[in-house]
Ligand binder design. Structure first.
Ligand code: SF4
Length: 328
């Protein structure tokens, strides 16, 4: 099938991925490959803006790449690479920073939020974060970027930078990417309150064993009003039910929906059913992951090859960018 365009997406190297990552990004990454030329980047430079230590950086990059590959990211067609292995992105970042008003960057809600989160480390990279993000996308001339609704302003910022650059240098070398707004389900953690996140330790790793998965499920908070087995529950406020809707059959979802409300099913049984279904869905992924992990170098080879292909595009774009500016 002819490609419908070039997709770019970046993700921080966060190590082994969890259910929230899987439903929010990885599933979509895999699906997009059918219709688009895809470039997926593990953005280690972005990670440096907030990292206290880099001890785990390579390991987290490896684990994340392993999850992507096991889930179905196909390195034969898709370019999967690590951001810092294409140094042209930092050059474009510098050049784009010349057409980006500083006031705009410091006024961004995301910057202010980071200042609140890490007042001891308000570094220059944090301010320039959206410019580096724009450089990521524009360097590879991606025309489509999948984003969740909450990320839409970031992409709009990239579009503005592309316009400013093209206007300043009277060129059309940079392509304004279109956003593909994806339905990203908000996956809550096992605390049933906050978004699933590794840092909050409320996550379920997709590479976990079936036993670990069941164990984590058993810790999941359900309808808080359902104190005992004989209390009727309300699946509408229960995170387990939300996940059932993704991983269980319509019949099972219907069964839980009815039986929970009349205390016909207990939470333990309900969670066991869910864990069984989740483990069944993830079984092929886990099998492939185990096979891939037999040879660690293969994963790094995929990343090296991806970086090589990404650099070829980057070098070409930078040559056009430099010419448009009038650099020697
Ligand atoms: S039975 Fe299931 S849906 Fe109902 S409260 Fe318990 S875990 Fe949630």
């Amino acid at each position: 099938m002819a490609s419908k365009g070039k997709v770019f997406s970046g993700a921080r190297p966060t190590g082994r991925q969890h259910l929230g990552n899987y439903l929010g990004a990885i599933k979509n990454y895999v699906a997009l490959q059918k219709d688009y030329d895809c470039i997926y980047c593990i953005v280690d430079l972005h990670a440096l803006t907030t990292m206290e230590t880099t001890h785990d950086l390579i390991e987290n990059t490896y684990e994340m790449a392993l999850d992507f590959l096991a889930a179905g990211v196909d390195p034969k067609n898709t370019i999967l690479f690590v951001q810092s292995q294409v140094p042209q992105v930092t050059e474009l970042h510098t050049l784009l920073s010349m057409v980006t008003p500083l006031g705009k960057l410091t006024a961004l809600p995301t910057f202010k939020e980071k200042v609140r989160e890490q007042p001891h480390n308000v570094n220059y990279g944090l301010v320039g974060y959206p410019v580096l993000m724009a450089a990521d996308i524009l360097l590879y001339k991606a025309n489509i970027v999948p984003v969740g609704v909450d990320q839409a302003p970031h992409l709009e910022f990239t579009r503005e930078i592309a316009r400013s650059f093209n206007y300043r240098y009277q060129t059309n070398v940079l392509i304004e990417p279109e956003m593909m707004v994806t339905e990203v389900p908000k996956v809550l953690g096992i605390d049933g309150e906050k978004k699933m996140s590794k840092s909050l330790n409320n996550h379920i790793e997709i590479a976990a064993t079936p036993e670990e998965t069941l164990n984590r499920m058993m810790q999941m908070v359900t309808d808080p009003a359902r104190k005992t087995r004989s209390d009727p529950g309300n699946p509408d406020v229960c995170n387990v039910f939300t996940l059932h809707k993704v991983f269980s059959t319509p019949e099972e979802v219907n069964h839980v929906n009815i039986e929970c409300r009349r205390a016909g099913i207990g939470c333990v049984e309900c969670k066991q059913l869910f864990a069984k279904n989740l483990n069944a869905v993830l079984a092929p992924f886990r099998e492939k992951r185990a096979a891939l992990s037999q040879n660690r170098d293969d994963v790094f080879d995929v990343l090296q090859d991806g970086a090589k292909r990404a650099r070829e595009i980057a070098i070409k774009t930078m040559s056009e960018v430099r010419e448009a500016i009038g650099l020697l």
